[in-house]
Design a protein around this ligand. Structure first.
Ligand SMILES: Cc1cc2nc3c(=O)[nH]c(=O)nc-3n(C[C@H](O)[C@H](O)[C@H](O)COP(=O)(O)OP(=O)(O)OC[C@H]3O[C@@H](n4cnc5c(N)ncnc54)[C@H](O)[C@@H]3O)c2cc1C
Length: 296
């Protein structure tokens, strides 16, 4: 077993991740100390992931696709040519290392494996929202194909358990849809899953709806239902046959048709901090088991 490298302060993305990169380092360090004391009795899991939680790995940007006016879909392939695969659990995130002459820092992004032609030439992809004055998002969106980038991970606290809940209700705002895409695909691709999935997806305008084609295609599964709420819709909305898009802002009233909530429901919320807190507080008064409400 190798001694783990201590992360630098700028390796933490300061987003309150659980576990944080420093928690993972502490755990690995404890394991390493135990290993030095008694090498035989410590069960060291071999490294079988092409991305590591404890050191940065190089990935080449193979495709940079603009999506609407605000987002880019970036596809990455590992630099080294071994047979190891990049793996992660649904809902996990990776950390991206930003470096410039002036400073260096880290930001979290949610890996995706979307089934399209780019996925054949990449190991993972991310959807990035470009903030006008955003340090890292604007650098990522402007990266040239062929650039080398550095990533570590996966990190995350969500554990998907087959058939644990009758319904998983996901409430997403903007790029908050990213972790839910992996969760939806994992459940829909598992024939043993009987969990019903309900996705509520809030967007500013029609142009910023992500994964619109994918969501429409999931509609054919018996256990998937969704609604997209567009707060600044330009009317009339151009929708496909029975595409469930509403031209108004989402509010807690929109959750009334899902009542009654029970202990067999799990609710996942992923959006801006204020959005997350509003719906967490509302649902805490509705759902008996508050641990079933998970913020991403
Ligand atoms: C677990 C997790 C997963 C995530 N997954 C994704 C994902 O899949 N996709 C994604 O796009 N994001 C994701 N994020 C968010 C991402 O990590 C970054 O926070 C985001 O890209 C913004 O980073 P930035 O450096 O571009 O912006 P920052 O430079 O950190 O700025 C953030 C905000 O402040 C504003 N701002 C910056 N400078 C100024 C200034 N001088 N004056 C006024 N306002 C200013 C920016 O416009 C922006 O609105 C995730 C976050 C977490 C915690």
């Amino acid at each position: 077993m190798e001694k783990p490298n201590e992360p630098n302060p700028e390796d933490c993305c300061n987003s309150g991740c659980n576990p944080c990169i420093f928690d993972i380092y502490e755990e690995q360090l404890k394991l390493y100390k135990k290993y030095l004391l008694n090498k035989e009795s410590v069960n060291v899991t071999p490294q079988d992931n092409a991305i590591s939680q404890l050191k940065y790995t190089g990935f080449v940007l193979v495709k940079n696709l603009p999506v609407g006016h605000l987002h880019h879909h970036l596809f990455f392939k590992k630099k080294s040519e071994d047979n190891m695969k990049v793996s992660w659990k649904p809902g996990d995130h990776f950390l991206y290392k930003y470096n410039s002459d002036k400073n260096s820092c880290t930001r979290a992004y949610t890996p995706l494996r979307v089934q399209n032609e780019q996925s054949l030439i990449s190991d993972f992809s991310i959807i990035v929202k470009k903030y006008e004055h955003g340090l890292v998002s604007s650098q990522l969106c402007n990266l040239d194909e062929g650039s080398i980038t550095f990533w570590r991970g996966p990190y995350g606290h969500y554990n998907l358990q087959c058939n644990k809940f009758e319904r998983i209700i996901m409430i997403a705002q903007g790029t908050g849809i990213a972790p839910f895409i992996s969760i939806i695909e994992t459940i829909l691709n598992n024939e043993d899953e009987l969990t019903k999935l309900i996705l509520i997806y809030c967007c500013k305008n029609e142009n910023s709806i992500l994964f619109r084609e994918e969501l429409y295609s999931y509609k054919s599964y018996w256990n998937f239902k969704y609604e997209i709420f567009v707060s600044n819709a330009s009317l009339p909305l151009k929708c496909r046959y029975q595409e469930p898009i509403k031209s108004h802002r989402f509010s807690s009233n929109s959750l009334l048709p899902l009542k009654p909530f029970t202990n067999n429901d799990q609710v996942l919320i992923c959006g801006a901090p204020e959005f997350n807190m509003t719906y967490k507080l509302y649902l805490e008064a509705e759902i008996p088991e508050v641990e079933n409400i998970i913020l991403f």
